[in-house]
Unconditional design. Structure first.
Length: 226
């Protein structure tokens, strides 16, 4: 079971007192999910938000033509579904497991009540949303970049979300190349060719199916390391 200390170790909740942490944890539920399982569906209604304890997930939507667009990635310690606490509207995107993962389901009412009462908590949530918006803007600005730049950025993004140290050289959990291509905004064939090129140059290594950025210089030259 998730403890107060576990919850307070996450930056969003670090300003809360013990009794407030207990409010957030009231009747929380833990669950495990396999890769490709849909956790949240766009346009669903719900009075829950979620804390990802381990594993990776993607936030996706679809274009009018039916093409999948990956909006962002979620890793250990990330909260999602929190917009329901702000506007009470339907879910704005799907959340799908990229790897096996474990998460905690939290109730919206105590979360929303604390947002009204605790300025520090509300500010922490505002900072989280601002960070996600900056990340989204940066990633979409790269959609006109060349394939190598987009794939390098996607690999660094996956590595950082797979690491509790925000490390762009952390090993990336095994996943289908199609998923990597979608995160990079590339066709699968283009992503496959580009990945082969990066392997041959020694920029990317692979061990036990886990990709890793072995050389960060190409990312530094492209301004991809912030």
């Amino acid at each position: 079971m998730l403890s107060r200390d576990d919850l307070q170790a996450i930056s969003l909740f670090e300003s809360l007192e013990a009794d407030q942490l207990d409010q957030i944890l009231d009747r929380h539920r833990e669950s495990s999910h396999q890769a490709d399982q849909v956790i949240v569906m766009e346009q669903d209604w719900g009075e829950s938000l979620f804390l990802l304890c381990d594993g990776l997930a993607k936030v996706r939507t679809y274009t009018a033509d039916g093409d999948e667009v990956v909006m962002s990635l979620l890793g250990a310690g990330d909260v999602f579904g929190e917009m329901a606490a702000l506007d009470g509207d339907a879910r704005s995107a799907d959340v799908v497991a990229l790897t096996p993962l474990r998460l905690v389901k939290l109730r919206v009412p105590p979360f929303a009540a604390l947002l009204d009462k605790q300025a520090g908590f509300a500010l922490a949530l505002a900072k989280l949303e601002a960070s996600r918006l900056r990340d989204l803007n940066r990633r979409f600005a790269l959609q006109t970049a060349d394939a190598t730049t987009r794939l390098l950025d996607a690999l660094a993004y996956l590595a950082r979300k797979s690491s509790d140290q925000d490390d762009p050289q952390a090993p990336i959990p095994p996943m289908a190349q199609l998923e990597i291509a979608l995160i990079a905004g590339l066709a699968r064939e283009t992503a496959s060719r580009t990945l082969s090129k990066l392997r041959s140059r020694g920029t990317v290594s692979e061990e036990d199916g886990r990709l890793r950025l072995a050389d960060l210089k190409p990312l530094e030259k492209r301004g991809l390391l912030l």
